[in-house]
Write a protein that binds this ligand. Structure first.
Ligand SMILES: Cc1cc2nc3c(=O)[nH]c(=O)nc-3n(C[C@H](O)[C@H](O)[C@H](O)COP(=O)(O)OP(=O)(O)OC[C@H]3O[C@@H](n4cnc5c(N)ncnc54)[C@H](O)[C@@H]3O)c2cc1C
Length: 383
């Protein structure tokens, strides 16, 4: 058995496309069990971005929430290729047949390929002067806010946040804190096409957010579509009455969420399923994947991590390094939203169990610390 394990470990070539939460958690698990395997990570970025902390860039730099792949490559002994892998259904069939992909005009042979490329930003009307999620991942918001603060003459700076999901809400509170602390005169408007705020979250959590929005004077406009930006104003349209409304625009963020393209279907082992057939050597995890039978497919950090771990264990099983692993059955154990630096709200354990204030801030901190530990090679996730 030992002989078997060593041979398979030496021979294995593993390619992972996407170095986010799913791809890296898989990589770390695989490296621990396969010290001699050749692991290649393909990702167009030069750093792993801790995107769940993106709202912190209202007062800091992107470097504060990024870890260069170069550092991680030294820690976990892998090669990073800075490219985007183009994935389509035809290529998947071909890759499975040939066990080889082409990146940067190089042929890359693999025994196992893991696709963990996340989801793409929804931006239906790319508009000049409006900042979307991709831009926030490239340029920190702190520079723009510094300009607003420095230009102190103007009365009532208008900040518009379009998209009142968790990301929009976290940015609204973070911006409010910065501008309030700097004694800038401002108004923040948060708008969403949906009728209700945070529709998929427990009512008690939504109630807490609404109370805090009112206290901080952040206006919430429901049932509003973003139409355009023109002459330093933005145009919103009421979904029901079709009436249009103009808002001044000193800063507008368009945060409409993410959508996986392509969405890869998988079985409970994480193997990609095409036309009803599992591709034995191609796995998927994270936001780009939908595991068709059991377990959560939510687009959250926890789900991405657990799918990454499940895919890694199933690769180890397929390579006969381990004999057995449970099917993917993960269900999220909570979700916490930051509401500024000293407040948060979320559910933990069950959607009936809501925590807020300092306990919620500490719980959120613990989640980030547990992930930081994983990036040091310590896996404290129970399942
Ligand atoms: C602003 C924001 C805040 C969030 N906050 C929370 C939170 O508080 N809690 C929570 O649970 N969830 C949160 N989420 C959701 C969570 O971050 C995602 O579910 C999680 O990042 C998904 O992990 P992933 O590994 O699938 O994808 P990602 O983390 O998006 O990583 C995908 C990686 O793939 C790379 N990539 C993309 N295309 C290619 C390609 N073609 N070839 C190679 N590489 C590619 C990307 O560069 C990236 O590094 C948040 C999301 C956002 C956007």
């Amino acid at each position: 058995m030992r002989q078997n394990r060593e041979n398979s470990s030496k021979a294995l070539r593993i390619v992972i496309a996407g170095g986010g939460y799913a791809g890296l958690s898989a990589l770390i698990i695989l490296r621990k069990k396969l010290p001699d395997a050749q692991i290649v990570l393909i990702d167009p970025r030069d750093s792993h971005l801790l995107i769940t902390r993106l709202h912190e860039t209202v007062h800091g730099s992107l470097e504060d929430i990024s870890i260069p792949y170069q550092d991680l490559a030294r820690r976990f002994d892998f090669q990073h290729i800075r490219q985007a892998l183009e994935i389509d259904m035809e290529k998947l069939q071909l890759w499975q047949k040939r066990r080889c992909i082409e990146v940067d005009r190089q042929q890359l042979d693999f025994d196992y390929l893991l696709l963990a490329t996340g989801a793409s930003v929804i931006d239906p009307v790319p508009t000049e002067g409006v900042i979307d999620l991709d831009e926030l991942c490239r340029h920190p918001l702190s520079a723009k806010l510094e300009k607003i603060i420095a230009d102190g003459d103007k009365e009532h700076r208008q900040i518009n946040i379009i998209g009142a999901g968790p990301t929009g809400i976290q940015f609204a509170f973070a911006i409010e804190h910065i501008l309030y602390t700097a004694r800038t005169s401002f108004r923040i408007t948060l708008s969403d096409a949906k009728d209700r705020l945070l529709e998929d979250f427990p009512a008690a959590m939504v109630g807490y957010v609404q109370k805090r929005l009112a206290e901080k004077n952040i206006q919430f406009l429901n049932s509003r579509f973003f139409v355009a930006r023109q002459e330093e104003q933005i145009v919103l349209e009421n979904r029901r009455s079709k009436q249009q409304q103009l808002l001044p625009d000193d800063l507008t963020l368009l945060l409409l969420g993410k959508k996986p393209e392509p969405l890869l279907h998988a079985n409970t082992s994480g193997q990609v399923v095409l036309d009803g057939e599992a591709l034995g050597n191609i796995f998927t995890a994270g936001d780009c994947s939908c595991y068709d039978e059991l377990g959560s497919n939510r687009m959250t950090m926890q789900t991405a991590l657990r799918k990454g771990k499940a895919a890694a264990k199933n690769i180890l099983r397929a390579a006969r390094v381990i004999r057995f692993c449970l099917p993917y059955m993960h269900q999220d154990k909570g979700y916490i939203l930051h509401l500024g630096p000293a407040d948060a709200v979320g559910w933990v354990g069950s959607s009936r169990h809501i925590i807020s204030g300092m306990p919620a801030c500490l719980a959120k901190e613990a989640i980030e610390m547990q992930y930081a530990l994983l990036l040091e090679g310590v896996d404290s996730y129970v399942l």
